[in-house]
Every structure is written in C-alpha cells, then in structure tokens.
Design a protein around this ligand. Structure first.
Ligand code: BGC
Length: 376
C-alpha cells in the first residue's frame, strides 16, 4: 500500500466527519508523488490505481476503503487518491498512477467527459481502465464499467413519490420542487431521467405543480436544475431561494432530491423556513444511505433513501480487477446499455434498494453497513 493512501483515507475520514458535523471541510490533502514508485511498481507486485472524486461525501470514503481492503487481501498493491471534486487534480492523480506503473486504473470520475487524453496515455502503456460508479464518456480508452443501476435509482425515487402521495387517486394538486445532481456527472442525468419518466405525466396533468421558475426548467433541460459538485450548501441556498420566492403563502408538498448530500441541504432549508416533521412536512427523497441522512429519516425529516451497499460494488470491482490481471473472462451482466458516446461498455450493474425508516435497523444495522452508535 502506498503511504499516500493511508494519509488520504485517514485525513479523508476526518474531513468527512467535519463535513457531517456541519463544518467546512478543509482541502483534501494532496497526494504527493509516491517516492517508492516513480516509474514502475516493485517487481512481483501488481499496482492498482484508484481515483475517487472527493472525501467530503461519506460514500466515496466507504468505496475507497472497501476497494483497498479487498484488493490488498487479494495480494495487490494499491494507490488511492481523492480529487477534492477538482477535475484537474484528478487528472494529475491518474497521470501519476500511470507513471507509477499501475496495471489497472479504477476511476470514479469527476468530469467523466474530460479524461480522453489521459486515458489515451494509459492505453499506450497497456493499462486496463474500469469506470467506477460513474461512466467515463467520449473515449474509446475505457474498458469496463461497474455501477449500481443508475436509471433504476431515479425510477425508484419517482415511484416512491408516486406511491407516497398516491398520485393516481389523491385529488392534489401537490406543490413539487425537483432537484438534479451535478451537471458534469453522467449519473445525474440517469437519476433524473428515471425519476422524471415516472413523474412527468403527473406534472403534465397538473397533479404535481412546480411553483418555482428554476424547478420548471426541469421539463426542458435537467442540467438547468443541476447542483454543481453535488454540494449540500448549494442545494440549501437554492431551496431557501425557492421557498422565499414562491412559498410565502403556500407549502411545498414534495421535493425530488437525487441524493443524500442534496437532501441534507434541502432538509436544512426546510427547517430554517419552519417546516417541522408531521403531516405538512414534504416528501423528500435521497440516495446513498449516508449516516447523517439515516438520522434525518429516523427524525422524519427525509422520507427515504436509495441504499447503495458500496461493499457489494467494491467486492465486484475487486473481482473484475483480479480477472483482468489474470487474463480471465471479466464478469459483466450488461452489454447493451451504457454507451459512452464512442462505444458501449461491458458493465456490471448492482441493484439498489429503497430504505424507509422502519427498515434501517434490520437492513443497515443488521448487515453491518452502519452501527447503532452511528445513528445516535
Ligand atoms: C453517485 C452518488 C453520489 C453522487 C455525489 C453520484 O455519481 O452515484 O452515489 O451521491 O455522485 O457524489
């Protein structure tokens, strides 16, 4: 294991904790050049490079740690770098990993459409590239994709809202505010599409009414309602703006949040504006199963999360990496969905799961994803 990895992971955990506590996270510790590498991994060791977008979101800390644990257990050396949500930083980290002699690159990209020139260098060196969670776009030099079923995640959020409000039978109308994820993340598009395909008919029929001008833009271009870098603080101020401008004489009944970090900001805005748990509190969706959001769900301030058990993804990716290195057939379960604009990637999709309040104990604590203490 490269030293920089443990520094990044430990510091990352601290930054993440600070972020969860509501403090401003300090910048990600920069991954200094790995002195033990430089040009090639030590003989007899196979180096796997892993790049993740940011330590400021709990899930990526789980993903990174899970991957390193699994790969090291299988005898691999690893380099793990976090990009602080800065694309240039991530590109530099990938280039360092290429120069350090990585045989496989596992990349959860920040801006997945800008990695082409870097991955061309990787390809020249015979490195295999696996896109992790987020699809890498517009380049032939990416080989595999492993993710949760992203369209399904959005669809589950849309269906939850539809059922919770009983949109087919209730009279309504319901005031609805849609949010979307970072415009540079291909996943954000799929989450939005999945949810919108379920909810659009009700917007068209007038049962769901979008009051805000920003929210209305969802109908023409999801990126117009996207929250850059998935920042909770940006979602909070956007929600506050919508509440201040359009809800002085009415209540919002439902908010589509594509993930937990946005839901955190939205819930904070709702609280600031005097919304308290109870019949008038809006339906609010999420995704990831982050600890602060599980607490919100337990407090009836968030209605659900789509749980992505990152341990399953890490285990599958570790298996695929091992198959790649050994020259074996790489296990995939989808070969026709994920087109990156140049080619369709052989992919492995994991099924996500909706979690509501009364399932947290059994599913998340029961499976060891979180502990009782995490929820206090
Ligand atoms: C991931 C989500 C995550 C979001 C923000 C997406 O690409 O799939 O799990 O919440 O990025 O980091």
């Amino acid at each position: 294991m490269a030293i920089r990895k443990s520094v990044a992971v430990l510091a990352g955990a601290a930054v993440a904790l600070a972020a969860f506590a509501g403090c401003t996270p300090s910048p990600t510790p920069s991954a200094s050049p790995n002195t033990e590498s430089g040009s090639a991994a030590p003989a007899g060791d196979t180096l796997i490079g892993i790049t993740m977008p940011t330590v400021s979101l709990e899930r990526w800390n789980n993903d990174g740690k899970g991957l390193v644990d699994q790969l090291e257990k299988a005898g691999y050396k690893t380099m793990l770098d976090y990009g602080d949500n800065k694309n240039e930083q991530q590109i530099q980290q990938i280039e360092n990993q290429i120069n350090a002699g990585a045989k496989v690159l596992v990349i959860a990209s920040i801006d997945g459409s800008t990695l082409g020139p870097t991955l061309a260098k990787a390809k020249e060196k015979g490195i295999t590239v696996l896109a992790y969670d987020r699809l890498i776009m517009k380049t032939p030099d990416v080989d595999y994709y492993a993710t949760f079923d992203n369209y399904l995640i959005g669809k589950l959020q849309g269906e939850f809202i539809k059922e919770k409000l009983d949109l087919d039978n209730a009279a309504g109308p319901f005031n609805f505010e849609p949010f979307a994820g970072s415009p540079d993340d291909n996943n954000a598009s799929l989450f939005f599409q999945g949810a919108w395909d379920v909810l659009k008919p009700y917007v068209d029929s007038g049962k769901l009414v979008i009051q805000s001008e920003t929210g209305k833009k969802a109908a023409s271009n999801w990126q117009d309602i996207g929250i850059l870098e998935w920042k909770a603080t940006t979602a909070q101020s956007e929600m506050e703006t919508r509440l201040n401008s359009y809800y002085t004489d009415k209540k919002v009944n439902v908010v589509l949040s594509p993930n937990d970090s946005l839901a955190l900001g939205i819930a904070q805005a709702l609280e600031t504006k005097g919304y308290t748990p109870g019949p008038e509190y809006p339906v609010l969706s999420g995704q990831d199963g982050d600890k602060p959001n599980l607490k919100l769900i337990l407090a009836d301030k968030q209605s659900m999360t789509v749980w992505k058990d990152t341990r399953l993804l890490a285990a599958q990716v570790a298996k695929m990496v091992d198959q790649i290195v050994k020259g074996e057939t790489v296990e995939t379960n989808n070969t026709d969905t994920y087109n990156n604009g140049v080619k369709v990637l052989p992919s492995y999709l994991i099924t996500p799961e909706v979690i509501v309040k009364d399932q947290i104990q059994e599913k998340l604590v029961g499976s060891g994803f979180v502990t009782e203490d995490d929820l206090k």
